[in-house]
Design a protein around this ligand. Sequence first.
Ligand code: FAD
Length: 545
Amino acid sequence: MNKVAHYLQEHLVGEVMTGADARKYFSTDASIFSVVPSLVVYPRNENDIRKTTRFTWQLAERGRVVPITARGAGTDQSGAALGQGIMLVFPAHMNRILELDSKTGAVTVEPGINYGKLQQTLNTHNRFLPPFPASVEFSTVGGAVANNASGEKSIKYGSTREFVKALRVVLANGEVIETKRLSKRELSKKLGLATFEGEVYRTLDALLEEHKDVVKSLPIGVTKNAAGYALDLIKRKDGSFDLTPLLVGSQGTLGVVTEITFETEMYNPNTTLVAGMFDNLQVAEQAMLDLRKLPELPSAMELVDEQLLKFVQTHHPNLLRGIIQEPLPKIVLLLEFDNQSERVQKKMAKKATKILDKYQVSFRVETDTLKKEELWKIRHSAATVTAYSEGSARALPIIEDGVVPIERFNDYLNAVYELFARHGLQVAVWGHAGDANLHMQPFLDIGQVGDRQKAFKVMEEYYKLVMDLGGSTTGEHGDGRLRAPYLPSLYGPEIYQLFQQVKKIFDPYGTLNPGVKIDVTLNDIKAQLRQTYELAHLYDHLPRS
Ligand SMILES: Cc1cc2nc3c(=O)[nH]c(=O)nc-3n(C[C@H](O)[C@H](O)[C@H](O)COP(=O)(O)OP(=O)(O)OC[C@H]3O[C@@H](n4cnc5c(N)ncnc54)[C@H](O)[C@@H]3O)c2cc1C
């Protein structure tokens, strides 16, 4: 690797490090895996990335594959921010807002910018980027784009993909492309290019045409999905073509993003928050289905379950004192309305409380900022689970992101409770009720052989149950290494082969984040398990969950 390091040190403006401590630091993310990179680069600009990729392309042409992994803040729970070759770390230098159009709200940024910082700036212009993840304060927008992240506002506003208008991307050979929706005519021009970009457009377009029917069958019946490649969103009936939705969610396996243009939404902090306390899961599902039919969707529909409340009571008895009373409800549902019109907001909140009344569910309605913050503590108390350790056992992100069709919510939750009971595991559940996208992290000791085996058994059963319910293995966190082995069963062989072909089109030599998403087996990932699980990268901030 020395030769590679020397070449890069000579040709890049950014820093290139090969020291053991830097490599160790970047050998983990927030997943259960560890992969030590051979060197770490802090690119100063796009040119540094072009030079790096061009060099690895030339090496690969001569038979030597040096992988490149782009990295934001390394909060990825699927192991996608790890790699054994060159680690391109964005937050150090490529972290600027390049343009903010205060009229349209469009903003162009470099990928390494901290998401929370961007959000603050947008807020001062009365705008916001709605699909922010719970890790907003300590993750980057580049990571959010690569993972197609979403969060508590996604029920109303959608995932990251819906907000990315355009990208600048460095391809595997060092060419830079700009992506946006192209008209049929613009596409024709791209198809005629004699460059690698032209080849990508030509082969991808031909592939999509040849497998039109398979591509059509790709969407899973869930409201959010971060699994696979979004092949169905590239070409529209009118012949227009856009690589952007494909690159969003591709976890650095198809190209390295250097600039992102987002659309944003009007920001309204004057919301109405309704907290409903449910004693019956069946009733909760019915009420949620009714709430989803409101003329205007709530801007959040979040839940925590009784087990989480019990966990908080035991380990952080003061955290929710005075906020939640005994007997504990089976589910607390938080509904937020952020409509710009106060009249509409009030009307929607009223309609929501009528639904809760119909099901004889007790509730609170708050518009006061402090009172709302207090109620949001219920949902954000899930962070106590991820931050807690019991001896060497930690809440492991192994089954933390399944999503099912909303009408299967109750079946999903019951099946999860059964699964945990069968394995004698503690469970606490929280997440995005309105999308039936639930988070849960069982307490296991990754250093113990028995627990390692149990983790894989639990994963096998969990991913099967999610698929049997017609769901997706990941609503927002991505396939990464963790869920890549389940991708063929999730989509079936025909679609999976298309994914493989798409990967080959963009990355013929396998230099872009190999070991992530495509062609990954359970044996591959078993060999990458960490000995201890901790979140050292996140200790600058309390990890919200
Ligand atoms: C406590 C906790 C809570 C979380 N909550 C949520 C949540 O609510 N919703 C959610 O969606 N996720 C959540 N996550 C997962 C994760 O934080 C998000 O997906 C986040 O957006 C990742 O950003 P990052 O900067 O940490 O990216 P990283 O972890 O550094 O990287 C993530 C992926 O992006 C790729 N990448 C990074 N930069 C680039 C680039 N410039 N070009 C190409 N690829 C790139 C990486 O290769 C990797 O595949 C959570 C994680 C934790 C630990």
